[in-house]
Design a protein around this ligand. Structure first.
Ligand code: SP5
Ligand code: ZN
Length: 352
């Protein structure tokens, strides 16, 4: 039986329309077409689709601050009630100044009057633009991950949330890296809350999931393990993803980072996936952050994993035989995206 899929057509409403990269607006790669090619392929392959349940703010503050949720849900309206769309002519919400902690004397910054300044309190970068339909799509992506977790908590063996935008760079109180709310973290927290803890999150995206790591850094109810491009080699998210980040307080030993050199291919990547599977032993359920941007021709990462590599990775995780929520993260080669996702899901099914 192909893995059931939770999917919302409303992902299409999120049209970031580029990113501000080194101060310049460029095309960007987190496109609506990503959701379309994945859904088309899985429909053709006979997966059963269902829409997400309705959710409320209460569901989101399980891992995020009310301030972040309030900002994301109102940012577009505030921006379009300001002068920025006319002067300087910016139609997307984007930050320009950031309240670094020394700059505010270590105090929590007071809420600024201008929405331009307010954006700098929540955004970790300039690449993650907010447009007219962003919030509706973001909310449905979170809802899809939560729905998949509820299905698994009520007995489904494995469910795939085919979402965009992705989520693993978003933390308790901040967004960035093309992510707004942390879909995978919401799923993991729900599994833990429904008696399926400890949960292990296994992150296969080419980039380190700094947001997921931050959300669960001080707890052992949700472990976080990731194999990704080494931030020390100059890659996003730059500040986190190093091997010496192993958790704090109750979470000591519950965080595992496996950074890889640029050019790393299937063999070493799969060895990393095997280590993540061992790290997950003894957990009662699993969330897979399924980024497929470690693919060798992906425009956003220098890792060199093949479709066969992702299929074998799926098989290794399927063999863990745990209740599992699979959540889509990155993956930007539109010509390979469907093969990579379908390959992983096939491998996962066959591994079980
Ligand atoms: C979820 C996810 O995979 N987020 C990745 C965000 C990574 N962005 C990396 C830095 C952006 C560089 N994009 C411009 C490339 C110009 N050649
Ligand atoms: Zn990525």
């Amino acid at each position: 039986m192909p893995i059931p899929v939770v999917f919302s057509e409303r992902h299409r409403l999120h049209v970031p329309d580029g990113e501000i990269w080194m101060g310049i607006r460029i095309a960007g790669t987190e496109l609506p077409a990503r959701g379309e090619v994945i859904a088309a392929r899985l429909r053709a392959d006979g997966h059963l689709f269902s829409p997400p349940d309705e959710i409320s703010t209460e569901d989101l503050i399980a891992v995020h601050t009310p301030d972040l949720v309030d900002f994301l849900s109102t940012a577009w309206k505030r921006w379009h009630g300001s002068s920025y769309p006319m002067d300087p002519g910016q139609d997307r919400v984007v930050p320009y100044a950031f309240p670094l902690s020394d700059m505010t004397l270590g105090r929590s910054p007071r809420r600024p009057a201008s929405v331009g300044a307010l954006t700098g309190m929540f955004a970790m970068d300039t690449m993650t633009l907010i447009g007219p339909g962003t919030w509706e799509a973001v909310k449905d992506a979170a809802a899809a991950a939560l729905t998949a977790a509820s299905m698994v908590a009520s007995g489904s063996e494995a469910v795939y949330a085919a979402v965009r935008p992705p989520g693993h760079h978003a933390g308790t109180s901040f967004y960035g890296g093309s992510c707004y709310l942390n879909n995978a973290a919401l799923a993991a927290q729900r599994l833990a809350d429904r008696g399926l803890g400890p949960v292990v999150v296994i992150d296969l995206d080419a980039h380190h999931g700094n947001g997921t790591q931050q959300i669960f850094y001080r707890t052992d109810r949700v472990r976080y393990g990731s194999v990704h491009i080494d931030p020390a080699a100059g890659y996003f998210p730059h500040w986190l993803g190093f091997a010496d980040e192993t958790g704090e307080d109750e979470g000591i030993g519950a965080n595992l980072n496996l950074p890889l050199d640029p050019g790393t291919g299937d063999e070493a990547w799969l060895e990393g996936v095997r280590q993540l599977a061992s790290f997950g032993e003894g957990a009662r359920s699993m969330v897979v952050s399924l980024g497929v941007d470690a693919w060798k021709a992906d425009p956003e990462s220098p890792l060199e994993v093949s479709v066969e590599g992702y299929t074998q990775g799926g098989s290794l995780l399927g063999q863990m035989d745990m209740p599992t929520v699979i959540v889509q993260e990155g993956g930007y080669d539109l010509g390979a995206l469907a093969d990579l996702v379908a390959g992983f899901l096939d491998g996962f099914e066959r591994g079980r």
